[in-house]
Unconditional design. Structure first.
Length: 348
C-alpha cells in the first residue's frame, strides 16, 4: 500500500552531502493532499539536522534520503566481524579510530580502513588498500549497490578518500557529524533496509533514513542529461522534463524552485549540489507513492551492505562473482594499536 494512503501529512527530504559543509544542501517536500517541493537550502548545522527535521514535521512521518553510504562492503564486514551495519553504526563513538584516515598503508587496519589522509602518488593505490585490508582486489571495496549497472556507471569505492569520485571522507563526516549526534539526541531514526521495508519505517514522529544516489535517481525518474550536470545549460535543459516528472508524481514546485530549475540552478559551483538535491527528493516521493524500494533478496545486502532506495537494476558483476578474500596479516603497527581502538565489529 502506498504510504500516502496511510498518512494525511508527510515530509520528504534529500540531503546532498560533502566533506565541505558549504556543499551540503537539502531539498524538502511537504505532503498535505499533494506534494509541495521547496527550493534547496543549506543543511546548516549538521549535528542538529535530524532534530530540526523532526521538529519541522510536527509529528508527521519523515522520509529522508542521504547521498552518503549507509553500509559496508561485504568482504570487509566479514573480516571485521560486523554482522549488522545499523547496530554497528549506532554504537560508534565520534572519537573512534575509524574517523582518522590513514596517512600510509602501514597504518591501515580493520579498525582504520579509510585511506589516504592526503594525496598519494603512484598507480595501484586502491588495490594496495584492498590488500592491506585482506581483501581480494580493489573491486571488493565496492558494495553491490556501488557497482556498475546497465543504466549507470559504478559509484565510488568505499574507504577511498581522494579525488572527485570518492565517498570516504563524506561518509566519515556524515556518520560522525550528523548521525551520531542524532542518535545521542534520541531522534527516532529507522535505517533502511536494515530495520524493515522503507514504507513500513514511515511512522508518526520518526525518520525513515535511506541511502539515495542522484545518478540512480535520474535512471528511476526516466531522465537523461544532455551533457554534464556540472554545466548550468545542461541542468536548465532538464527543467521541462523534471516538471513533467513532478506532474506525474503529484508534486508542485514553489515559485522559487521553478525559477531555479529554469535557470539551471545558477552559475555557481553549488548549482550541481542543489540540482542533485531535487533529483533525490523526487526519487523518494516516487517510492512513497508506491514504486518498489528495490531491495534485493540478499541477506548480506539487508544486513551489512545496504542498497540505494528505488534501485531495481542489479550490478553487472555481482559481489559473489569476485575471488575470495586473501589470507592477510595486518601490519605490525596496526596490530600494536588495535587494543586501544574501539573494536570495529559487533561485540554483542
Amino acid at each position: 500500500m502506498a504510504a500516502l494512503l496511510q498518512f494525511p501529512v508527510m515530509l520528504a527530504a534529500h540531503a546532498d552531502w560533502s566533506v565541505d559543509p558549504r556543499k551540503r544542501w537539502i531539498c524538502k517536500a511537504r505532503y498535505d493532499g499533494d506534494w509541495r517541493i521547496a527550493a534547496p537550502e543549506p543543511v546548516a548545522d549538521s549535528a542538529t539536522l535530524l532534530a530540526r527535521l523532526a521538529g519541522e514535521a510536527k509529528h508527521a512521518p519523515i522520509a529522508l534520503g542521504v547521498d552518503f553510504p549507509l553500509g559496508l562492503p561485504r568482504a570487509y564486514a566479514a573480516r571485521a566481524g560486523i554482522p549488522n551495519f545499523a547496530a554497528w553504526l549506532r554504537r560508534l563513538s565520534p572519537d573512534a579510530a575509524l574517523f582518522q584516515p590513514c596517512a600510509s598503508l602501514d597504518e591501515v587496519s580493520l579498525a582504520r580502513p579509510f585511506y589516504p589522509k592526503s594525496s598519494v602518488a603512484g598507480a595501484g593505490q586502491m588495490a594496495r588498500l584492498a590488500a592491506a585490508l585482506g581483501l581480494s582486489d580493489a573491486s571488493a571495496l565496492r558494495r553491490a549497490a556501488d557497482r556498475q549497472t546497465r543504466h549507470r556507471p559504478a559509484g565510488a569505492a568505499m574507504f577511498w578518500t581522494m579525488g572527485a569520485n570518492q565517498c570516504g571522507k563524506a561518509a566519515l563526516a556524515a556518520w560522525r557529524d550528523c548521525l551520531i549526534p542524532g542518535f545521542a539526541q534520541a531522534v527516532p531514526i529507522a535505517i533502511w533496509p536494515y530495520e524493515g521495508r522503507f514504507t513500513d519505517l514511515l511512522r508518526p514522529g520518526g525518520i525513515a533514513l535511506a541511502e539515495t544516489y542522484p545518478a540512480e535517481a535520474l535512471v528511476q525518474l526516466g531522465l537523461k542529461l544532455p551533457g554534464s550536470k556540472r554545466r548550468q545549460s545542461d541542468r536548465a535543459a532538464l527543467a521541462a522534463p523534471i516538471g513533467a516528472v513532478m506532474t506525474r508524481l503529484g508534486a508542485t514546485p514553489t515559485g522559487e524552485l521553478a525559477a531555479m530549475m529554469d535557470d539551471g540552478f545558477g552559475a555557481k559551483p553549488d548549482g550541481e549540489d542543489r540540482f542533485d538535491c531535487l533529483l533525490g527528493v523526487l526519487a523518494i516521493i516516487r517510492v512513497i507513492g508506491g514504486a518498489s524500494d528495490g531491495i534485493p533478496d540478499d541477506p548480506v545486502i539487508r544486513a551489512v551492505e545496504g542498497w540505494v532506495l528505488g534501485q531495481v537494476d542489479p550490478p553487472l558483476v555481482p559481489p559473489n562473482a569476485a575471488t575470495p578474500p586473501r589470507a592477510h596479516r595486518p601490519p605490525r603497527r596496526a596490530r600494536r594499536s588495535r587494543p586501544t581502538d574501539p573494536p570495529p565489529g559487533d561485540s554483542g
